[in-house]
Structure formats: C-alpha cells, structure tokens
Write a protein that binds this ligand. Structure first.
Ligand SMILES: [Zn+2]
Length: 319
C-alpha cells in the first residue's frame, strides 16, 4: 500500500467509517467546503493547502453527477491531507482520463488513490469480492453500497482482484477502456471494434455489468489448461503454413509474424511454473485477446488445424 492509501486507511479507521462514506461531513472537518458553479470546465479546486494563516478551502462543481461529486470531494480532501500537496490545485478529475494521462507517482495519481481507498476501503472491497460469485456482481454491489461510479468501482476492482482477470468496457461494438488485474499474463484487450463473444472462449468465467457508458465485461482466465489430446510428432511450421494457405485475404508473412510475435511474448512472460499447461494457457489467452484486431488472428484461431499447431508449438518450448 502506498503512503496516500495508508493515510486514507487511517482516516477510515480513526473515524470508524464504513461505506457508504459521508464524504461531505468528513471533508468539512478538515476544510471549508463549497459546491459551486465554475465559469470554466473545472471539477474541483483546493485552496490554501498547508497555509498556516488560513483554513483549507475546497470547491466542487455543482455540474457533476452526485457520484462524481463525491469522488471529486474525496480527491480534493486528499490534496488537503497529503502532507506534500501544497498551494492551490485546480482539477479536472475525469477518472479514466486521469489514469491514462497521469504518471503513477504524480499528485493527481496520489489524490485519486487516496479517494479510491477512502470511498472503497480495500478490506471492505476484499470482503465483497469474497462474498460474490463474479466480478460483475462485485461491481454492482460496490457501486450501490459505496455510492461510487461504475468507473471508480472498476478501477478499485482492477487493483484488488488476484491475477488472471481481464476487463473491457464495450460501447456500440467497440472497446473503449480495458485493463487487467495485477500480475495477469494476458495482454490488455486492444481498444476498437470487437466481437465480444469471440473473446476468451476458454475463460473460467465471463460476467458483465451495465453502465451508462457501455457494458463492463470481466473474464476470469485459467492459469493453466490441459493440452488437447493430440499425438506428438506434428510439425508446427507445416501446420501454420496450411492454415495461412486457407485464409488468403491476409498477407501470410505479416500474419505469420504477428502469430509468432504474440506467442513469443506470451512464452517470455511465463517466468515461473513453466509447465506446458501454463504456457499453453498464456499463449491461448494472448491470442484470444488479440482476436478482435484486423490482422487475421481470429481466422487462424477458428481454423480446424489451430489446436494442433498451438500444441506442437508449445511442446517445442519444452527443454
Ligand atoms: Zn487533484
């Protein structure tokens, strides 16, 4: 846990809080809080931070939805309480934008992680995860019980779930946001057009929750997969050539090198427990995660010889 998260955790403990957190009351203990209309596109402002002469002052935009207002207020409280945040700070706190944009250690990242830990305490989150059957169910409970946006709940889940979870938000047939739980060896699902049903058919579990900006899909991937029952002795080069011959719409050399690239990266990511079953699972997860791009990988996966090719290729990694 990082210092700003510890700070939020101690605050929750000191005030005996549990979700739903009354963030307005809490912030009022440490700063003068005002909800107001800004003439420009700003979500929140913190003034007079660590100023000996003046009490800190937080302004939050009335134009935000109630849940965004709660998150922004918690974020501004982070600026007030994190000791090295000084002066005045003007914020546009759109959560996903700021995650994509901010470097991990800058002030905005710190204030966001403070807000996330304050509104969705990790211990509480873990108890929700343990008591629900899938990630989408956890999402719905966190949104309702903690009174946070589905985006904030998703960010927290990405940081709380064990390795092996892949997330993608899909709106009008396109992936508009994606991520993996920490330690997951599969790649992030690329942004852009997608056929959701084709993604990760070998997953242990697929669940989804509806948000106003799309469907929030979660897959729990298997850590290892038994190899299909295929006899030894196949030459993967010949099999791949046969597959490529059957899908003439794609440049065979480009497609061959994308397949090799994905498999090499997958194999390289398995540093521990290098069993054939595990390497096979990671290769399959990575290829399936790329199945929505335009390079033809999806056609390769659908080909009748694909399993024989991948098994032969993975067996070749044995030492
Ligand atoms: Zn900020």
């Amino acid at each position: 846990m990082r210092p700003e998260e510890n700070l939020a955790k101690r605050l929750v403990w000191r005030h005996s809080l549990s979700p739903r957190i009354d963030v307005m009351h809490l912030a009022s203990l440490y700063a003068t809080v005002e909800v107001c209309r800004f003439p420009v596109d700003v979500d929140g402002v913190s003034l007079f931070l660590k100023n000996k002469q003046r009490r800190p002052h937080i302004l939050v935009s009335e134009a935000l939805s109630p849940r965004r207002q709660r998150f922004t207020l918690a974020h501004e409280l982070g600026h007030v309480l994190i000791p090295w945040h000084l002066g005045s700070i003007v914020d546009e706190t759109d959560l996903i934008n700021s995650i994509e944009r901010s470097t991990y250690w800058d002030l905005e990242g710190e204030a966001n992680r403070f807000a996330s830990e304050l509104l969705i305490p990790t211990d509480w989150m873990q108890s929700i995860v343990a008591s629900t059957s899938d990630a989408a169910a956890s999402t719905r409970i966190v949104v309702e019980s903690a009174d946070v946006s589905i985006q904030a709940a998703t960010v927290k889940l990405l940081n709380s779930l064990p390795a092996g979870y892949v997330f993608a938000r899909v709106h009008a047939g396109e992936v508009t946001w994606s991520g993996n739980s920490i330690g997951t060896l599969a790649s992030r699902v690329p942004y852009g057009p997608v056929d959701v049903d084709s993604l990760f058919p070998a997953a242990e579990q697929h669940s989804w929750a509806a948000g106003s900006d799309g469907y929030y899909h979660w897959w729990q991937l298997k850590d290892a997969l038994p190899l299909p029952d295929i006899e030894e002795g196949d030459d993967w080069r010949l099999l791949l050539q046969q597959i490529l011959d059957d899908i003439p719409l794609f440049d065979p050399n480009k497609l061959r090198s994308s397949i090799h690239g994905v498999i090499a990266a997958a194999n390289g990511s398995v540093r521990e427990n290098r069993s054939t079953e595990r390497i096979y699972a990671v290769c399959l997860n990575r290829l399936e995660g790329r199945a929505n791009d335009a390079s033809g990988i999806q056609q390769v996966i659908k080909h009748a010889l694909f399993s024989r090719f991948l098994v032969a290729k993975v067996r070749d990694f044995r030492v």
